[in-house]
Design a protein around this ligand. Structure first.
Ligand SMILES: [Zn+2]
Length: 356
């Protein structure tokens, strides 16, 4: 998939020079990585709001949950398989590579990523300097964690079982890679229903997008059955029997589940402990770089605050900086632009130009 060609905003030269100076003096650096980093590799921001948060018109916050897995594990595995294929079809962008290089050159650098797409590991970001807060789409674990505890890492098989092969519709969408991939096919009426639902969940944070012409056109394909199913906001059952889903090879009793943090789940205790230790030790943090998330949203906002308490200056790199708050003028930086362009520019003094 092509790297985003969105141009960097005209970065303020004085701000960049000031950032470079701080970067070169920094021994301990924290980066908080969000969906915008992977959006620059062409991946949709499923955890975000708006059209990108939907799969088959369903709200991801309804499907990526423990309740959904208990109710219909086949549907959750179909959704996860779709995300795995998108991630496999994407490539790390220059920001992923620049951050991996920073990790190799600055031992005191730690990246905390909210992304589950495995793009940072694929850019050879050193594992000891990458904390995947929400897990990884290519790791699986037994759904009976307490009694079995089986875990499997780095399984890139696709499909995981024959029942989880890509649907013809999904294959078409992947090949065409046009606007319809990112937008639900639905009527204005249905989109309003979804928007209403999202507003209930997300409150005033939800911002709706106007339906596109292609949304209307997609309904006129003469496919009555699928038109009917598109009108349902409550997900259709997958009709995949549990026997056709990934099975735990250790206990031979339970299903495997994706080793990612679903909506409504807490972060794993070991991850929380690791992050806590970093922010609670006696060492100062010099610099905190928040990339691809606004820095006003949890958990990124919390990490930035913790880093600030340990003396860090904060830099936010995001396409949308309209809701960046609580920044200290003259101390913090806000760089508006595509992470794939801005991050290599900001990290240049530490590594030189990676391309040249
Ligand atoms: Zn098991």
């Amino acid at each position: 998939m092509a790297v985003s060609t969105l141009p960097a905003s005209n970065l303020d030269e004085a701000a960049v020079a000031d950032f470079h100076e701080t970067l070169l003096q920094s021994k301990r650096i924290v980066a908080v990585l969000g969906a915008g980093l992977s959006a620059a590799s062409g991946l949709p921001t499923y955890r975000g709001v708006g059209s990108g948060g939907l799969w088959r018109n369903y709200d991801a916050t309804q499907i990526a949950t423990p309740a959904a897995f208990r109710h219909d594990p086949g549907l959750v595995w179909q959704y996860t398989s779709h995300l795995r294929r998108l991630a496999l079809g994407a490539a790390p962008n220059p920001a992923h590579y620049a951050l991996a290089e920073l990790a190799r050159r600055v031992p005191g650098f730690m990246a905390l990523t909210q992304n589950v797409d495995n793009l940072s590991p694929r850019a050879e970001h050193p594992a000891a300097q990458l904390n995947q807060l929400h897990g990884n789409l290519f790791d699986m674990r037994c759904s009976d964690e307490a009694n079995c505890g089986y875990i499997e890492r780095g399984n890139f098989k696709d499909p995981l079982t024959p029942a989880l092969a890509a649907s013809p519709e999904e294959q078409d969408a992947t090949v065409s890679n046009n606007e319809s991939v990112k937008r639900p096919k639905a009527t204005a009426w249905l989109l309003e229903g979804i928007a209403r639902k999202n507003r209930q969940i997300l409150g005033h944070d939800y911002q709706e997008a106007a339906p596109l012409r292609t949304d209307q056109a997609a309904l006129k394909s003469g496919d009555d059955e699928s038109t009917e199913s598109r009108l349902a906001v409550v997900p259709e059952p997958s009709n995949i029997p549990p026997a056709d889903l990934p099975q735990c090879p250790k206990c031979s009793t339970n299903l495997l589940r994706p080793n990612i943090v679903w909506f409504g789940e807490a972060l794993p205790a070991d991850i929380v402990a690791e992050v806590d230790n970093m922010f609670n030790d006696s060492q100062p943090i010099d610099l905190c770089i928040v990339i691809g998330t606004s820095g006003s949203v949890w958990p990124a906002a919390g990490f930035a605050d913790l880093a600030r308490k340990k003396g860090a200056r904060i830099a936010v790199v995001n396409l949308d900086v309209s809701d960046v708050k609580n920044m200290r003028p003259g101390t913090d930086w806000v760089f508006a632009g595509d992470a794939a362009v801005v991050v290599p520019e900001l990290l240049k003094p530490v590594m030189g130009s990676l391309s040249g």
